[in-house]
Write a protein that binds this ligand. Structure first.
Ligand SMILES: Cc1cc2nc3c(=O)[nH]c(=O)nc-3n(C[C@H](O)[C@H](O)[C@H](O)COP(=O)(O)OP(=O)(O)OC[C@H]3O[C@@H](n4cnc5c(N)ncnc54)[C@H](O)[C@@H]3O)c2cc1C
Length: 248
């Protein structure tokens, strides 16, 4: 984030924005976006950025829809800004504090993506339990194989541990504490579970798991982004290691 290249410069009472943004969720259908841009070439990367509200129908805005392998109920856009003029009052908060505001917002975003993913992980497990109870092979239900039942029990345990972590972090956040470490840990754990749980569940569906019509194949594709969006697993580990003073 410190390397953001988009810029905004003052022009009378307005701001003129130039640059581009990649991976913008719902960017095609959105009426406006919240955008971080450099407002100074001095002060270093943490104090030279500001947040703006940018109407996406403004002259100079061009949107391009990205084609994804997953999450097709939400569009994702690349957006270009060529001399986009926004009024002065579209600046959010104080000029130069955009980086700090954004870092604060990340705590909430991480908690939100964990909460959202818990629902999908639960659905992957619930539908898999239902299917493996119903489907019989070699004279018994799939779930009556101890390996399958144990693996599902293990995944349920991991998901409940993640839920407990989310609740602990949310309680502290609501109490006004800085939860960067705990929220990053929860986001990391969620990323790992999103890579593991849907794939394990899909396997227990056999050939049916590969079918487009079965929800588990959609979860498998959609949850891949859990380890990437909102900060990748590796970036979460970087933050945790720094916060725990394991690295600088
Ligand atoms: C569907 C979707 C929607 C999104 N929506 C939005 C949005 O609305 N707004 C927004 O701002 N962004 C959005 N993003 C962007 C998202 O936050 C980034 O994709 C994510 O942070 C990873 O950044 P990157 O894609 O530039 O990957 P890169 O930075 O190119 O990293 C690629 C991979 O390299 C590895 N890596 C990177 N850095 C390190 C490191 N320091 N140490 C070790 N390994 C490393 C990681 O495995 C990482 O996943 C969205 C992304 C997707 C896919």
């Amino acid at each position: 984030m410190a390397n953001v290249k988009s810029s905004a410069r003052r022009d009378g009472g307005d701001w003129i924005i130039n640059g581009q943004k990649m991976w913008i969720s719902n960017g095609i259908q959105a009426d406006w976006m919240c955008m971080l841009a450099n407002t100074s070439e001095e002060n270093g990367p943490h104090r030279n950025k500001s947040l703006f509200i940018v109407p996406l129908n403004a002259p100079g805005v061009t949107r391009h829809k990205l084609e994804k392998m997953a999450l097709n109920s939400s569009d994702t856009a690349q957006i270009f800004f060529d001399d986009v003029r926004v009024p002065g009052h579209h600046l959010i908060g104080e000029e130069g504090r955009g980086f700090i505001y954004q870092m604060e917002q990340f705590q909430e975003e991480r908690l939100y993506v964990v909460a959202r993913s818990l629902g999908i992980l639960k659905d992957a497990l619930d539908t898999t339990i239902e299917y493996t109870r119903d489907r019989s092979a070699f004279g018994r239900a799939i779930i009556d194989n101890q390996f399958v039942a144990f693996r599902i029990a293990e995944m349920q345990t991991e998901v409940e541990a993640l839920r407990a972590m989310l609740h602990a972090a949310t309680e502290k956040y609501v109490a006004g504490e800085d939860v960067t470490t705990l929220a990053s840990m929860a986001k990391y754990k969620m990323g790992r579970l999103c890579e593991w749980v849907p794939g394990e569940c899909l396997r227990f569906w056999g050939g049916q798991g590969i079918m487009q019509e079965n929800r588990i194949s959609r979860h498998y594709r959609d949850m891949k982004v859990g380890a990437i969006g909102g900060g990748s697993n590796e970036v979460m580990l970087q933050i945790i290691a720094k916060k725990l003073k394991l690295s600088s």
